[in-house]
Design a protein around this ligand. Structure first.
Ligand SMILES: NC(=O)c1ccc[n+]([C@@H]2O[C@H](COP(=O)([O-])OP(=O)(O)OC[C@H]3O[C@@H](n4cnc5c(N)ncnc54)[C@H](O)[C@@H]3O)[C@@H](O)[C@H]2O)c1
Length: 383
């Protein structure tokens, strides 16, 4: 079959997400599979152009994977006629300016979240991209997690009856960096660098809630910086200016109440790093990254509150595992394939810069709620 090359700029490819998930596990994985089969019988063949600030690091990555194209000059990469797509996995703060340049150069845009540092910037990017007639997409990887796919299947299949509430627990202990190195980059803990758990996680919660349960209509949040001093990649102490925990209540259409705790200062006593419990009149489910368990109303026990007696039931054992019933692939790769088909064949693609802007909106209004200590309604955001 004929190969159809498609030039793709990967900006921020030296970072955790840019390298591992987007280059190696997505674009190179597509090449390893022989290319992406298109309807016309050709195979779409990603040709990565690595972009970053450090020439030596880019060269190392390129050579490791047999790639030949890299540059520290974004303008030069954007001027290439063989490049059709600009992808951004830089630190959040650097994103908006780069995407504007890509749109101005007429490139299709695919990007990590959050799409911009604030709502005004995120909306402007969506408007500019629409006006330029380029295609645009935002990474919404959590939707592709096996656990959430099974949860979505339960919702679509009517398992829950009327859905009442969603309870999410996300987080793990991120080491401070003094006696053990931190497992997340230090910019995540500095507001000035675009850090903070609200900015990082609320965009995820937005698309998870919106896509699986319905539009988010209001937010009430409390945020904290539990660990005010951390140590960076060089072992230097710094002041953690950004929030490292957020306790949010999200009101969804139809009266569903979602409450999600997000924290980098919590120790895991759960089966997975994120878990959502959904309670409905006809049944409940607990979904994690991979697994999903259910309890139907017909098998629901009837506990009686009596603190004088030890628990007589093993509540966790009363749940049933939802089978996979399909093969789950890497979600980042799957979403890349959908976006590339959108570019190459004009197939529909809903997770665009407007969807990204709605995620940024939730983060911005969540932060406002926390600052002012009040519930904030979320106005509809339309193109
Ligand atoms: N979808 C997800 O699940 C997910 C998970 C983690 C992070 N992210 C997002 O991906 C983006 C990158 O996060 P990461 O964890 O890979 O970060 P990282 O620190 O590992 O990588 C950041 C990248 O940006 C580059 N960069 C450009 N300008 C920079 C500057 N001024 N300072 C520092 N680095 C600069 C770095 O060289 C590096 O390539 C963020 O926007 C983050 O919100 C998404």
């Amino acid at each position: 079959m004929d190969r159809k090359p498609i030039g793709i700029i990967l900006n921020g490819v030296t970072g955790r997400m840019g390298y591992r998930q987007h280059l190696v596990r997505s674009l190179l994985a597509i090449r390893d599979a022989g290319g992406l089969p298109l309807r016309d019988g050709t195979l779409l063949w990603p040709e990565p152009v690595l972009v970053g600030r450090d020439d030596a690091k880019l060269k190392t990555i390129a050579e490791r994977h047999g790639l030949t194209e890299w540059t520290t000059d974004l303008g030069e990469a954007l001027a290439r006629p063989d490049v059709e797509v600009y992808f951004d996995a830089q630190v959040t703060n650097a994103r908006e300016k780069a995407i504007r340049a890509a749109v101005a150069a007429g490139k299709h845009v695919y990007t990590e979240k959050p799409t911009a540092g604030d709502l005004a910037g995120a909306v402007e990017l969506a408007r500019l991209a629409d006006a330029a007639g380029v295609k645009h997409g935002v990474v919404q990887d959590k939707l592709f997690l096996p656990g959430l796919r099974k949860l979505d299947r339960l919702v679509k299949g009517g398992f829950f009856g009327r859905i009442l509430s969603v309870r999410g627990e996300f987080g793990y202990w991120v080491f401070e960096g003094d006696w053990q190195p931190a497992q997340r980059p230090s910019w995540n803990y500095r507001t000035a660098d675009g850090g903070g758990i609200v900015v990082d996680m609320f965009p995820h919660w937005h698309y998870v809630l919106e896509q699986i349960f319905g539009p988010v209509e209001a937010v009430t949040a409390h945020v904290a910086t539990h660990i005010p001093r951390r140590w960076d990649e060089q072992g230097e102490p710094y002041e953690a200016t950004a929030d490292d925990a957020a306790y949010g209540i999200f009101e969804l259409a139809g009266g569903i109440v979602a409450q999600i705790n997000s924290s980098w200062a919590v120790r895991v006593y759960r089966d997975e790093l994120v878990e959502f419990q959904v309670d409905g009149t006809a049944g409940s489910a607990v979904a994690g990254l991979r697994e999903c368990k259910v309890q139907h109303r017909s098998t629901t026990p009837k506990p009686v509150w009596n603190p004088d007696l030890p628990a007589t039931e093993r509540f966790r054992e009363q749940w049933q595992l939802v089978p996979d019933n399909e093969e789950f692939r890497n979600g980042f790769q799957e979403q890349w394939e959908l976006f590339l088909r959108h570019v190459a064949e004009d197939t529909p693609y809903t997770w665009d810069l407007w969807a990204g802007a709605r995620g940024v909106q939730l983060a911005e209004l969540g932060a406002l709620s926390a600052r002012e200590g009040r519930r904030v309604a979320i106005p509809e955001l339309a193109p």
